[in-house]
Design a protein around this ligand. Structure first.
Ligand code: SF4
Ligand code: SF4
Length: 323
C-alpha cells in the first residue's frame, strides 16, 4: 500500500484499467502480465472473484513473489445506471441484420451464429460503439449492479473504486459510507459531469469526504469514458476540464485523470496548468496491446510477449507525467 501512496504523492501514478465490466479472464491475465512487466503497478479490474484471480495470475506470471506486495489491484463497483457496468443487448425485433455493428466492436463481443447476432457478455465493456453505428436502434443496454460489497471488502485488494455517475446521490453516499466503515484500503470515487452540475458535484464530494481522513481517497475525474482511440488532445479535453474543476474544490484528495486518456493527456494537462496525482489509461492502453494478446500463441511465443512489453514501455515513456 505504501508504494501506491508514494506514487500518488510523487504525482506519477499510472493505473491500467482492464475494464470495469470486463470479465474476459484470459484478456485480463494477459493485459496485466504485459503492463506489469512494462513497469505499471496499479490495475483497475471489475469487482468479481474470478477477475481478481485472473489479475493475480497475470502478476504472478511476471513478478517474483517477494515483489508482489508492490503491485496493487483496484476493484471498480458500479451503481445501477453507470455506463461502465452495462452490457449491450440486441433487440431482435429492430435488427435488420446489416452486420455493421460486428466490426465496430473492438472487443469482438458480437458474434453471428445461425444468422442471429449474439453478445458475449464477458467480453462486452458497454462502450456503445455498436449502438452508435446501428441505424435501427436495435442495441439496448442492461445494467449490472454490484451488490457484493460485503464479499469485496474481505478481498486482499488495495483500493475500491465507486463509480458515481448516476442521478441518485443518496445511493452513492450510502455505498461510500459502507465502504468507508468496512474497508481499510484506499477508496476512490469516479465522477463525471453527465448528471451533476459543478455545484452539485462539489456538494456530493463534500458529503463524501466527511467520512474520510485527508488523503485516504482518490477523486477520479472521468471525462469521456471509453473514448481514447485517437492519439489526440480532443479525447481527454473533458477529463482535463473536470480535473480543473476538482482542483478548484481544494479537497484533501489525490486526483486521477481518466476517460479518454491517451499519450497526449499529460501534455494537455500541463498546457492547461491542471494538477493531478496520476492517470488511469483504459481503452487506449488496451487497444495498444490487443494485436499481441489476441494471438493464440501469446503465452508460448516469447517474441510476441516481448514485443507487447516493448510497445507498452514506449507508450509509458512517452506519457511520463510532467506535473
Ligand atoms: S448494426 Fe443494428 S441493425 Fe445492423 S446488425 Fe447490428 S444490431 Fe442489427
Ligand atoms: S461495441 Fe462495446 S457495447 Fe457494443 S458489444 Fe462491443 S463492447 Fe459491448
Amino acid at each position: 500500500m505504501q508504494s501506491l501512496i508514494k506514487s500518488l504523492e510523487n504525482k506519477n501514478c499510472i493505473k491500467i484499467v482492464c475494464g470495469a465490466g470486463n470479465k474476459n479472464l484470459d484478456e485480463i491475465e494477459k493485459l496485466i502480465a504485459v503492463y506489469a512487466k512494462a513497469g505499471v503497478k496499479f490495475f483497475d479490474i471489475s469487482a468479481d472473484e474470478d477477475v481478481i484471480k485472473a489479475a493475480r495470475n497475470g502478476l504472478a506470471r511476471v513478478i517474483p513473489d517477494n515483489e508482489l506486495h508492490n503491485y496493487h489491484l483496484c476493484c471498480s463497483i458500479g451503481l445501477k445506471g453507470d455506463v461502465h457496468f452495462r452490457k449491450a443487448v440486441i433487440n431482435k425485433k429492430n435488427c435488420m441484420g446489416c452486420n455493421e455493428c460486428i466490426p465496430a466492436c473492438l472487443q469482438k463481443s458480437i458474434i453471428k451464429s445461425h444468422n442471429c447476432l449474439q453478445i458475449n457478455k464477458d467480453k462486452c465493456i458497454g462502450c456503445a460503439k455498436c449502438s452508435d453505428i446501428c441505424a435501427s436502434a436495435a442495441i439496448d443496454f442492461e445494467y449490472n449492479e454490484s451488490d457484493e460489497l460485503a464479499q469485496l471488502v474481505k478481498q486482499n485488494i488495495s483500493c475500491i473504486e465507486l463509480h458515481a455517475a448516476i442521478h441518485d446521490s443518496e445511493k452513492i453516499i450510502n455505498c461510500w459510507n459502507y465502504l468507508s466503515n468496512n474497508f481499510d484500503g484506499l477508496l476512490s470515487i469516479s465522477i463525471n459531469r453527465k448528471h451533476l452540475s459543478d455545484t452539485k458535484l462539489e456538494e456530493l464530494l463534500n458529503r463524501i469526504i466527511l467520512s474520510r481522513n485527508h488523503f485516504s481517497y482518490i477523486i477520479q475525474a472521468d471525462g469521456k469514458s471509453m473514448n481514447a482511440g485517437a492519439e489526440d488532445f480532443k479525447s481527454s479535453l473533458q477529463t482535463i476540464a473536470l480535473a480543473e474543476v476538482v482542483n478548484g474544490f481544494n479537497f484533501p484528495a489525490y486526483i486521477m485523470l481518466s476517460g479518454g486518456t491517451n499519450l497526449k493527456t499529460p501534455e494537455l494537462a500541463q498546457l492547461c496548468g491542471v494538477d493531478y496525482n496520476g492517470i488511469a489509461f483504459g481503452s487506449f492502453a488496451r487497444k495498444l496491446v490487443y494485436p499481441y494478446i489476441s494471438k493464440p500463441e501469446f503465452w508460448n511465443d516469447k517474441t510476441i510477449f516481448k514485443n507487447a512489453v516493448n510497445i507498452t514501455k514506449n507508450f509509458l515513456k512517452s506519457c511520463t507525467i510532467k506535473n
